[in-house]
Design a protein around this ligand. Structure first.
Ligand code: AKB
Length: 316
């Protein structure tokens, strides 16, 4: 019958592409997409879908039981910018959903969990460049606090109850199929839409705000990579640093103008600037490279080319 997988939050930026990738690997019928709302037609038509509120233990539990789920990918979360506007709800969603799946695994109803953490676990007192795996972590956002607490709980459930939970700290993710929602790194996706549609972009971060970023294909490979790694190779049970590309809005703008020379940009930083300023500029992911052979493929040039090529077709 093969491994049965449940993706919670399957209709978001990562979930929608992850679902299709996992369906390609494990078979369409073995990968159950679930979300509180329906997603794009590729996702809805390629395999089973269940409406699930990630905060409702009974709903999560009954879908796990109904489909005899082995592995859960918990992708539902409120991201950094949205979470600042609704801290109580962000805490409730980000933490309760994690406890639900950790507890189901503790009861033996799930064999393996993927839970995404983020560069948001770091804060203003963290070394900004080539941020180490183990370092000072004093996040200043609600989202970062929830991810850091989540990491501690993952490690606790692994040590105490043997729950096989695996996690990576995603940087900003760049993709062209499903737009991101509510993050600080979203500018690096918005800019491509505006470059193609309006030839002008008002950037909500300043030109010098360097942040760690990654093209979606690399992020999906990392996600599948850590989940398929041998159990004993996954040595860190809080969450692994994940590097990728590091660039400023100015550098991304310059790269896009190689393709669209009349593209213009203005900088009007808003409340998201303070969040970006508290995060690392680049990440040391040597632990992931060593433990489960992680390596990214896309640099700034390759990512920009593939984004413009694909989005130009979609927006035609
Ligand atoms: C955000 O900007 O909130 C996310 C993240 C870095 O986790 N993209």
């Amino acid at each position: 019958m093969g491994t049965k997988i449940l993706i919670i939050g399957a209709c978001g930026q990562i979930g929608s592409e992850l679902t299709l990738k996992l369906r390609g690997i494990y078979g369409n019928d073995n990968v159950i997409a679930s979300d509180i709302r329906e997603g794009n037609s590729n996702l809805m038509e390629s395999g089973p879908f269940e409406t699930v509120n990630a905060m409702d233990f009974d709903q999560v539990s009954s879908v796990v039981e109904k489909h005899q789920i082995d592995e859960v990918y918990l992708m539902a979360a409120l991201l950094s910018a949205t979470a600042e506007k609704n801290p109580a709800f962000a805490w409730e969603l980000n933490m309760n959903s994690l406890f639900h799946v950790l507890n189901l695994a503790k009861e033996g109803k799930i064999k393996k969990i993927f839970w995404p953490s983020s560069i948001a676990v770091f804060g203003p007192t963290t070394p900004r460049f080539n941020t180490p795996q183990y370092t000072v972590m004093e996040p200043s956002t609600v989202y970062g606090i929830s991810k850091q607490a989540g990491e501690r709980w993952c490690e606790y459930y692994y040590n105490k109850y043997g729950v096989d939970v695996r996690s990576i700290r995603y940087p900003g993710l760049i993709s062209w199929t499903t737009p991101p929602g509510g993050g600080t790194t979203d500018y690096a996706v918005d800019i491509f839409y505006k470059a193609i549609e309006d030839k002008h972009y008002n950037c909500f971060l300043s030109e010098q705000s360097a942040l760690p970023m990654m093209y979606m294909d690399d992020a999906l490979n990392a996600t599948v990579g850590i989940m398929q790694a041998e159990k004993e190779d996954v040595k860190i049970r809080s969450s692994y640093n994940l590097g990728g590309i590091s660039f400023t809005p100015e550098e991304l703008y310059a790269e896009i103008t190689k393709h669209i020379p009349d593209f213009t940009i203005e900088y009007a930083p808003d409340f998201r600037q303070a969040i970006a300023d508290s995060w690392p500029a680049s990440i040391d992911d040597s632990a992931a490279q060593k433990d489960w052979s992680w390596n990214h493929k896309y640099d700034l040039e390759a990512m920009t080319t593939v984004m413009l090529e694909n989005l130009s077709k979609v927006l035609q």
